[in-house]
Unconditional design. Structure first.
Length: 236
């Protein structure tokens, strides 16, 4: 379940942003809760762990940047949105590595586009492995590949997990997920883990530093590069 916090000292804006975020998730299959706070003290008093937080920069006692650091100490993986009427905090927000910097009045379409990217990463996939049912977040999958007629998943931590699902089935699972692209009929790659493309050689890198080199087919490399460039553009 995604736990979402909205923090702004203006109740009207809190309610407006709540309506936007709630309208997005109410149409998804993701379980979620949204809590709104009109003061930093109320947010931090409960010491809850949140997955996503929308923080107004200009608030009494503590600004949104400082609150962001507090929340990251509780959950280093929290996804932060900074909301403000001014751009003067942009450098501080970048230092905090916020996911998006939103200007007031907030545009519904921009929030939806950002949440699309987040939900693609949070999608949980159930699959069979050695006769047992397992699950992973889509974002934990670096690539899926076939070797000697068997299928494997390389995870973000460098672990290799056998899977009873073939590549075609995995491509069907991720057909609407723009993070995944296939440079070869035997491979499906999470574009977020691509560290290098050299001609038809693609290098993916796990969080622990492990790397794998994948050779793309001439027929598919062009489309793969287009998918990768598009995904890189979404990061900025």
């Amino acid at each position: 379940m995604l736990r979402i916090a909205i923090v702004d000292d203006e109740d009207t804006f809190c309610n407006h942003l709540y309506d936007i975020v709630n309208s997005y998730f109410s149409e998804s299959n993701i379980k979620y809760t949204i809590e709104t706070f009109n003061s930093v003290a109320k947010l931090l008093d409960g010491i809850q762990t949140y997955d996503i937080a929308f923080l107004d920069v200009e608030m009494p006692t503590k600004n949104g940047i400082q609150v962001g650091y507090d929340l990251k100490r509780i959950n280093p993986d929290i996804i932060l949105f900074i909301v403000t009427s001014h751009l003067s905090y942009l450098d501080d927000a970048m230092d905090l590595q916020v996911f998006r910097y939103l200007e007031k009045p907030v545009e519904k379409e921009r929030v939806f586009r950002a949440l699309d990217i987040i939900t693609e990463k949070e999608t949980i996939v159930d699959f069979s492995s050695n006769g047992k049912l397992q699950n992973l977040k889509a974002d934990q999958i670096v690539c899926i590949y076939t070797f000697l007629r068997k299928n494997y998943i390389l995870t973000d931590m460098g672990t290799i997990i056998p899977t009873g699902y073939n590549i075609k089935r995995w491509k069907d699972i991720f057909r609407n997920n723009a993070n995944f692209s296939s440079p070869h009929y035997s491979y499906l790659i999470n574009l977020r883990y691509v560290s290098k493309i050299d001609n038809n050689q693609i290098t993916v890198c796990c969080k622990n530093g492990n790397e794998m080199v994948i050779y793309a087919s001439q027929r598919r490399i062009s489309q793969f590069k287009k998918d990768f460039i598009q995904k890189m553009g979404e990061r900025h």
